[in-house]
Design a protein around this ligand. Structure first.
Ligand SMILES: [Zn+2]
Length: 68
C-alpha cells in the first residue's frame, strides 16, 4: 500500500497530477487532495478519474510506479 495525493489545480495540459505521498516535488498540502492509502498506482489513478476527468501521473515520482 502507498499513500497518494492529487493536485487540486489543473496543470498546463488541463490534467490533475497524481503523486505518491513521498514525492520530492509534492506541492504544499493546501494544494492537494488526499486520495488515501491505495494498493497500486493504477488504483489511485482510477480513484482520481472518479474525481476529475483528466488525470496525469507525476513525472517526478513516475519511477516509483512499478514498485507500488
Ligand atoms: Zn510526484
Amino acid at each position: 500500500m502507498a499513500e497518494f495525493f492529487v493536485e487540486l489545480a489543473e496543470n498546463e495540459t488541463g490534467a490533475h497530477v497524481v503523486h505518491f505521498a513521498t514525492c520530492n516535488s509534492l506541492p504544499e498540502a493546501t494544494r492537494l487532495k488526499y486520495l488515501g492509502s491505495i494498493a497500486s498506482y493504477d488504483a489511485a489513478h482510477k480513484k482520481g478519474k472518479g474525481l476529475y476527468h483528466a488525470i496525469q501521473p507525476c513525472p517526478s515520482c513516475a519511477g516509483q510506479y512499478a514498485g507500488a
